[in-house]
Design a protein around this ligand. Structure first.
Ligand code: GLC
Length: 669
């Protein structure tokens, strides 16, 4: 009760305070050199990062804590949420906001006031160890969702941190690799989500471990000073990743504002550099202002925190939300002969197969973003709870496979749960599930035609068995409510509406970064030589059909698209269409808008420029409207270092995925 009223009392107040700049200037004018330097350096423990309180001036401490899917770093008694990649697979803007807000509520109650998330790096490398924390392979989808994460988090008076700026797209040699990226690719692929976070008012940005075009990200004048603080107009503070600071003078002068543990360049060395005139006192003032302004604007001086890391913040409504998020982010990849949803009136025996089904359910990724679950509803438990006493639900682990196959053969339907995961610090060696799971699936489906495969994964996986399996579901990393969420979808209590935020390849050699030798790089240099051709952009440009395309996801109902209308002026383009639920059950559709730039623009064949998730009863029709402004019609022009609207004929595609395009049209600027 206490927690709930504490939250409601703050949430109802207007958190954004008046005149944060003025109040920060006033505070700064009272600070000594030592007090200023004390604010630009964080120490370790008990939070991931700690900046001490200033008792003399009443400046609250900063407690920085991971991560993008809940309170991490070994902290207990909190919600183990689905991964960000799972939530973004719902393509539901409101849900993404709710996710950010709920995570921030738990962080605030734990005493955290800087949440080290969202993680906005593009999933350029399908094997990337941290793709589960990301928003997928597309800059537009990432941008829309990151903005909601930032707004949701900061609505609770907690500073959000968009990380890792920039080009931290692989874990292999992350502390030394140089990501060599051309300017246009940077602005059209890797920067947009950071720009969206800045536009949403993000209080801090974390610079990354890697080098960018041979200069460390945390002392890179081009990326920090020019691109982020000037061109993107970022007014908050840049903190380093942990141990990612490599200098005092270069870091300070090129744009780093706060050094996180466990290096010590911004302590006595910074004071010396200021005394020696190598770092100006104005630059130090700017660093402190950039920290104080978000603290004032988010009400940190009004709302004194009393939380600590051992507080139990497992709110009952968060367990319900975690289940809802996991189900909404579940993607129905295949459903031949409508074997799904399961019909309890016709089933007597269900076989649940595989370690991921009960013995070792995979629900989260590894590293600083790993969240400890205080409980896990396994798929077996979720299915038993939902099936009820009249249905026999049996279970067999992955090994011995013969037992699993026998059990599957004697059931009405077999549901094989397979999984893999990944972690910060290392990329996956390949995209196979491993652990004999591919073989398990082949064995089961050879004796049981009614086989459903459920995959839990941190990103794209290969499915060599796909053609022989009638139904496939991908739940990415589902969090503590794993079994309840998958049961909701399997039995049709939730009609699946997730869409893939990453492309699933047919085979390893089809993967973009494996076809151009720039992953993991040569001599610690990762040349982003594929340029704009990341994810589906590459498949479209090479005319290669992946296994399951970006934006793909089926439903238990069907949708009909009709009546596209396009009207354009030189300033904007309005596009509308009617979508109808022509099936028998309520369902949601993510209507996706892709545009093809004029051929002279040098863009990939088509790029996502809009999406709307609509919820329709059977037979209902809804008109969806999209408006494209200058920004959506521009390319980055390196000759003016700015966006420029393309001119010529644009092609318009509206559809249910990047490959399932239902309506087309065109307009000319
Ligand atoms: C880690 C991660 C970063 C995390 C930080 C604090 O190395 O790269 O995402 O927020 O350190 O744990």
């Amino acid at each position: 009760m206490l927690l709930a009223c504490l939250i409601s009392s703050r949430a109802s107040n207007e958190l954004v305070q008046e005149n944060p700049e003025k109040r920060a200037q006033q505070m700064l004018s009272q600070m000594t050199l030592d007090e200023k330097v004390a604010m630009v350096h964080g120490s370790a423990g008990p939070y991931a990062g700690n900046v001490p309180r200033n008792d003399r001036l009443g400046i609250p401490p900063l407690h920085l804590e991971d991560g993008p899917q809940g309170v991490a770093d070994g902290v207990k008694l909190c919600t183990c949420w689905p991964s960000a990649l799972t939530v973004v697979s719902s393509w539901d803007v409101e849900l993404n906001y709710a996710f950010g807000k709920a995570m921030a509520i738990e962080q605030w109650l734990k005493g955290t006031n800087v949440l080290l998330g969202p993680m906005v790096n593009i999933a350029r490398v399908p094997m990337g160890g941290r793709n589960f924390e990301s928003y997928g392979e597309d800059p537009y989808l990432s941008s829309v969702m990151v903005a909601q994460s930032v707004l949701g988090i900061q609505s609770q008076g907690v500073i959000a941190t968009a990380k890792h700026y920039a080009d931290n797209n692989q874990e292999f040699n992350r502390s030394s690799t140089s990501a060599n990226v051309d300017e246009r690719t940077q602005w059209e692929i890797y920067y947009p989500a950071f720009q969206a976070a800045v536009n949403a008012g993000v209080g801090s940005i974390m610079c990354s471990y890697n080098r960018i075009n041979n200069t460390y990200a945390c002392e890179n004048h081009q990326t920090l000073g020019i691109d982020l603080k000037t061109r993107m107009n970022f007014k908050g503070f840049v903190m380093s990743d942990w141990g990612a600071t490599h200098s005092t003078v270069d870091s300070a002068n090129n744009g780093l504002d706060m050094e996180m543990p466990s290096s010590d360049f911004f302590g006595e060395k910074l004071k010396l550099a200021i005394r020696e005139g190598k770092v100006s006192s104005e630059r130090l003032d700017d660093m402190v202002l950039r920290i104080l302004i978000p603290m004032f604007s988010l009400g940190m001086f009004e709302y004194q925190q009393t939380g600590s890391l051992d507080v139990d913040v497992r709110l009952p409504e968060h367990a319900i939300l975690a289940r809802h998020l996991a189900a909404a982010g579940t993607v129905l990849l295949k459903n031949k002969n409508n074997i799904l949803p399961l019909d309890t009136s016709k089933l007597k025996r269900i076989a649940v197969i595989g370690n991921d089904g009960d013995k070792d359910p995979v629900i989260a990724g590894g590293g600083s973003g790993h969240v400890i679950a205080s409980y896990v509803i396994t798929p077996l438990q979720g299915i038993r709870n939902r099936a009820g006493p009249s249905i026999n639900v049996s279970y067999a682990a992955t090994e011995p496979m013969e037992i699993a196959a026998q059990m599957a053969a004697s059931a009405d339907v077999a549901i094989v749960f397979v999984a893999t995961t990944s972690s910060e610090g290392e990329d996956r060696r390949d995209l196979y599930l491993g652990g004999g799971q591919d073989e398990l699936i082949s064995k089961v489906v050879s004796v049981q035609p009614n086989t459903i495969v459920v995959v839990h994964t941190p990103g794209a996986v290969l499915m060599p068995w796909e053609s022989s399996v009638p139904a496939i579901i991908c739940g990415f990393l589902p969090g503590q409510e794993d079994g309840n969420a998958i049961a909701d979808v399997l039995f049709g209590d939730v009609n699946p509406s997730g869409k893939l935020p990453v492309t699933f390849s047919i085979a390893e050699e089809q993967i973009p970064v494996n076809t151009i030798p720039q992953y993991p790089g040569i001599d610690n240099e990762a040349s982003y030589s594929e340029g704009l051709l990341v994810g589906y952009r590459w498949y479209d440009a090479k005319r290669v059909a992946p296994l399951f395309p970006f934006g793909h996801g089926l439903s238990y109902t069907d949708f009909h698209y009709d009546k596209i209308q396009i009207s354009s002026s030189n300033e904007s383009v309005e596009i509308s269409a009617d979508v109808q639920n022509i099936g028998q059950v309520f369902g949601a559709e993510v209507v996706q808008l892709y545009i093809g730039y004029p051929l002279t623009a040098g863009e990939p064949p088509k790029v996502l420029r809009g999406f709307q998730k609509i919820f329709l009863q059977p037979k209902s029709v809804q008109t969806v409207n999209f408006s494209l402004g200058k920004k959506e019609l521009s390319v980055w022009d390196v000759s003016i270092h700015n966006w420029r609207v393309s001119t010529g004929e644009f092609r318009v595609y509206l559809g249910s995925s990047s490959a399932d395009l239902r309506l087309t049209g065109s307009f000319t600027i």
